[in-house]
Design a protein around this ligand. Structure first.
Ligand code: NAD
Length: 335
């Protein structure tokens, strides 16, 4: 029997390395496309009952209908977030959808911490400065994290790992989630209403999924009740932030520091080398022009441990669905 083909979209060189390595045991046929999956590229799929996609692939009702026409049975997301998939359309089309709910929460939580430390202690500026033999400290003044109040929005896998990191720095941790985590409460995390957190936090870190309720949770109204000079870190999904409102708050010096690993319009930019292009997105260009804004291109997940786990879980998810096995990873099955 021919091996079952999995068609990969938005493939990067590192995806190939990790999936080829771990597929040695699973023996699927892997067909890699660099292009994003969308209404046009869906035509590339040939005799492949499984498609494997990432955060910026388009899986709206139209693409899902086209996948069904192509005989696709499984959409395997090699990420945790699934806001880019129309799950109702997938259900109606009888297509199963799986994801990797938790591969390395520490990878993302540690990146959020890296952003905080960079923005605060300005190590990126110091690095460049000393290479120019400029050993002055002017402009590099930071603040102690110890004793500061950190607001964590969403205390699932990543938010929980992040809360533990900041507790280790001696911070006071306030959290908001629709479900409280008792373990976190026991170690000193205090759950508070969202507005209280907006009012009290010196640093806010977003770790909730993007849903209708959380879309633009950072907007002119929530910003208006925050402390002046607040630091906002978003490693979750770009649309948690209303970008024009945040740009205004940066111009007014209401936001003192902004670290974003995700951006609402990131699908046109991230994971690509655009160094020779004229970027047409004025919002990202404005954001990147502020000295107190740090943008990374959706790299929070990008560790060796995370890529290993993503490949292993995705290949096992597909195997379980094809063989009708009980799904080991229940949170990973979306439809
Ligand atoms: P998770 O499902 O373990 O946790 C999400 C938490 O958010 C849950 O505790 C849930 O109750 C809570 N939540 C849901 N709705 C909420 C609301 N309205 N307000 C507050 N909290 C709410 O997910 P996770 O693994 O911790 O991942 C969190 C997010 O991080 C994902 O949704 C994804 O978008 C993002 N992510 C980003 C990267 C990256 O590389 N930047 C990598 C992985 C995940």
């Amino acid at each position: 029997m021919n091996p079952i083909k999995i068609s990969f979209f938005s493939t990067q060189p590192y995806d190939k390395v990790f999936f080829e390595k771990y597929n040695a045991e699973y023996k699927f046929e892997l067909d890699f496309f660099e292009t994003q999956l969308n209404h046009h590229t869906v035509e590339l799929i040939q005799d492949s009952p499984v498609v494997c996609v990432f955060v910026n692939d388009v899986l709206d009702a139209g693409v899902i209908a086209a996948l069904a026409n192509k005989g696709v049975l499984i959409i395997a997301l090699r990420c945790a977030g699934f806001n880019n998939v129309d799950l109702d359309a997938a259900k109606k089309a009888g297509i199963r959808v799986c994801r990797v709910p938790s591969y390395s929460p520490e990878a993302v939580a540690e990146h959020a911490m890296a952003m905080i430390l960079t923005l605060n202690r300005k190590t990126h500026k110091a690095y460049n400065r000393v290479r120019e033999q400029n050993f002055s400290l002017n402009g590099l003044l930071g603040f102690d994290l110890h004793g500061k109040t950190i607001g964590v929005i969403g205390t699932g896998n990543i938010g929980k790992a992040f809360a533990k990191i900041v507790l280790g720095f001696g911070c006071k941790v306030l959290a908001f989630d629709i479900a409280k985590d008792e373990e976190l409460e026991k170690i000193g995390v205090q759950y508070e209403p969202l507005d209280t957190i907006f009012k009290l936090a010196d640093i806010l870190s977003l770790h909730c999924p993007l849903t209708e309720k959380t879309k633009h949770i950072i907007n002119a109204t929530s910003l208006s009740i925050m402390k002046k000079n607040v630091m906002i870190i978003n490693t979750s999904r770009g649309a948690l932030i209303n970008t024009p409102d945040v740009i205004d708050a940066l111009k007014d010096a209401k936001i003192g520091y902004l670290g974003i690993d995700v951006y609402e319009q990131e699908e046109k930019l991230f994971f690509k080398d655009l160094s020779e292009d004229i970027i047409q997105d004025d919002d990202i260009q404005r954001l990147m022009s502020f000295p107190n804004v740090l943008v990374t291109a959706h790299q929070a997940f990008f560790t060796n441990e995370a890529l290993t786990q993503i490949a292993l879980t995705t290949l096992q998810n597909v195997t379980d669905l094809l063989e009708g096995n009980e799904f080991a990873n229940k949170a990973g099955l979306l439809s």
